[in-house]
Design a protein. Structure first.
Length: 439
């Protein structure tokens, strides 16, 4: 029942290429546009030669180019036509989006290269036009190998809402130097250097600055905030548990959503625990026990539904294949406990979680953030009950698989409110909000 867009995992990532598009398409169409009804629509690169549109309210669709120069839209990620036709006039920077006309929003874009230790990273600051002071958010994306500069659409969503955004390619990705890593402390140092560069570029226009961390970035952002002062941190679909616990919770949800019994769930978790140990030891310990459990359970009806956050990648592999497959993730701190950093933090944090997230299950994380709020930490917890990884809602296809349809209502505006004011309002769709008593 995995979402069709949840191909990048929170703890470990598959090597997935960034959307490949011709430069002419990217330069011509990608941008955020103000429509005649006052709303804004972002146009971003997508798979192949398609584009993806997103409204600030959360609606989204994929655009497919037609031979007559128009683009037809499909609903969410479903591939069902939604009736919208879109046309771009690249010379004038205009868009016709369904019944609305629109003009590209002018933004001030500054590309930069900055040092992080002995590695050069490439970044970009995008600011609203004008001279007024604005907050700036530094975007820390997840475990993807793709370029953040090419793929993170929030770099335009936030400026459309009057907020500066600094986006950068993590080390070993996109145009940045260095070797890809999942060492959270090293990535946090990179984030601090990105923040310092964003602060420098924003200059006198900077009002306040902080982080947004998505998925794996949810482990990185609090560490970065503890290393150098910032005014806020937003964690989207991140975790307050370690990578192994994440996979355990995910396997338990696999069993729950496929309606397996408690006895079968216990077997699945036993299998998962053995596999997770093998992965955490880079294939060097526990393989015989893991393999014995695979042979014992492989014919049982529940076995095919075991996925987890990363277990599925290693479940079919022999020991040599596991050792080879785990090499790119050698620096992943499987037992890293984020709670000491969260307890030590003095930075106001907004945690936004999906109640139905299979890739980064939110149950234990929600409990832990609530406990920190009860202890007096200046944290706000928001849970969208029906949302999954990426803060999208979904429907089920004929096979019972999830297909994402849109983003949770109020998700983008909520983050903007927190970035600007350090607090959120009372109502954002069906979001359930827990906050410190003093608020």
């Amino acid at each position: 029942m995995k979402s069709v867009i949840a191909s990048v995992l929170c703890g470990i990532s598959l090597s997935i290429a960034a959307p490949a598009m011709a430069d002419s398409i990217v330069n011509c169409h990608v941008g955020v546009y103000r429509l005649s009804d006052g709303t804004a629509v972002d146009i971003a690169p997508s798979e192949g030669d398609t584009l993806r549109w997103r409204l600030l309210s959360g609606e989204t669709g994929q655009l497919h180019k037609q031979t007559n120069g128009t683009w037809t839209s499909t609903y969410g990620w479903t591939n069902r036509l939604d009736g919208k036709a879109v046309f771009f006039n690249c010379d004038k920077g205009t868009i016709t989006f369904g019944k609305e006309s629109g003009q590209r929003i002018s933004l001030r874009v500054g590309d930069t290269t900055f040092d992080s230790g002995d590695v050069k990273l490439v970044g970009r600051l995008i600011m609203p036009i004008g001279n007024e002071r604005v907050p700036v958010v530094v975007l820390i994306h997840g475990s993807e190998h793709s370029s953040g500069i090419d793929t993170l659409f929030l770099q335009r969503i936030f400026p459309a809402l009057g907020i500066g955004a600094f986006v950068y390619d993590k080390r070993g990705t996109g145009r940045s130097g260095g070797v890809y890593t999942q060492d959270y402390n090293l990535l946090a140092l990179d984030a601090v250097n990105a923040m310092n560069e964003a602060r420098r570029l924003a200059g006198a226009r900077l009002e306040r600055i902080g982080y947004w961390g998505g998925s794996q970035g949810g482990w990185v952002a609090p560490l970065a905030a503890n290393k150098a002062p910032v005014e806020f941190a937003i964690i989207s679909y991140g975790l307050a548990v370690n990578v192994i616990d994440e996979d355990q919770e995910s396997v338990a949800l696999d069993m729950y959503f496929h309606h397996h019994s408690a006895a079968d769930t216990a077997k699945a978790l036993e299998l998962a625990s053995a596999g997770e140990h093998v992965v955490a030891t880079h294939g060097m310990d526990g393989y015989a026990q893991f393999d014995a459990l695979r042979q014992k359970y492989k014919s049982e009806p529940w076995y095919k539904d075991v996925h987890g956050d990363y277990l599925f990648m290693f479940l079919p592999l022999d020991q040599k294949q596991i050792i080879k497959a785990i090499k790119p993730f050698a620096a992943t701190p499987f037992n890293y406990d984020p709670m000491p950093a969260l307890r030590a933090s003095t930075t106001p944090q907004l945690w936004i979680l999906g109640g139905n997230d299979l890739d980064a299950p939110s149950g234990e994380t929600s409990k832990r953030i609530k406990s920190l709020i009860a202890e007096g930490k200046d944290y706000t917890l928001v849970v969208y009950p029906r949302a999954e990884h990426g803060m999208t809602l979904y429907e089920l296809d004929t096979k019972g698989e999830r297909i994402s349809t849109r983003y949770a209502l109020g998700y983008f505006q909520m983050m903007a409110d927190f970035i600007k004011n350090g607090r959120v309002g009372d109502h954002y769709g069906n979001a359930e909000i827990a906050r410190p008593a003093k608020r």
